[in-house]
Design a protein around this ligand. Structure first.
Ligand SMILES: Cc1cn([C@H]2C[C@H](O)[C@@H](COP(=O)(O)OP(=O)(O)O[C@H]3O[C@H](C)C(=O)[C@H](O)[C@H]3O)O2)c(=O)[nH]c1=O
Length: 195
């Protein structure tokens, strides 16, 4: 149900398109009173409004100590491809989604948004995208809602510094995992992930 102001889920979320079809910016609207505030982090009606009929299979929280840290770019291969709803609960991140969908007119294009505790903004990332981020502040916390369980044998990734993507990371890179440092560039024969 979409309200007159374009918000969904009883007015608690505003969903905006990005230049990559299906990738949505989601703004939360807390209810505040003299005690503080209540905000919803998920409603099934939000996913329905975004055309997503998958249930949440897993919820993760990551804490990152240092500003400048880069995580990703990660994705899971079908049939374990997942929708990821990423929200920042502390600090701020430069959050990146890369379109890996076979046949997509924006194949290998990326979009980034700053997600922060204060801007109450999340990214709803469809299946077929790789996800990565760079923290913009120390002690940053992210909440991830996944529509597929973590499946190591289906996990894959792309080097966050792949020149074919040329992601404009805002800070000097402070920290990457050994796994992420070893991620490959996109293979020239890669034509995308099937739905
Ligand atoms: C994602 C995941 C990981 N793990 C284990 C696997 C490793 O032993 C350890 C750290 O995993 P990884 O280095 O893949 O985690 P991140 O680099 O922080 O990945 C995160 O950042 C990038 C940007 C993302 O998009 C991932 O979805 C998100 O989890 O946790 C689990 O046990 N369950 C899980 O659901």
């Amino acid at each position: 149900m979409t309200g007159p102001d374009g918000r969904v889920a009883n007015g608690r979320f505003l969903v905006e398109d990005t230049p990559l079809a299906g990738l949505k910016r989601v703004q939360r609207f807390p209810l505040e009173d003299a005690r503080g505030a209540l905000e919803r982090l998920y409603c099934s009606s939000l996913f329905t409004a975004c055309g997503i009929d998958a249930a949440i299979a897993q919820i993760n929280r990551t804490r990152t100590y240092a500003a400048g840290t880069v995580r990703g770019l990660h994705f899971q291969h079908p049939p374990h491809a997942e929708v990821k709803f990423v929200q920042c609960l502390r600090g701020a991140v430069f959050d990146v989604a890369v379109d890996l969908r076979a046949g997509s007119p924006t194949f290998l294009q990326w979009h980034a948004d700053v997600l922060s505790r204060d801007n109450l903004t999340g990214l709803l990332i469809p299946a077929g995208f790789a996800h990565g981020l760079q923290t913009l502040s120390d002690d940053t916390e992210l909440l991830y809602l996944h529509t597929a369980a973590y499946t190591p044998e289906a996990e894959d990734g792309i080097d966050a510094l792949d020149p074919q993507l040329a992601i404009d990371w805002p800070l000097p890179i402070a920290e990457r995992s050994e796994r992420d440092l070893a991620l490959p560039h996109i293979h020239p024969d890669f034509t995308g992930l099937s739905a």
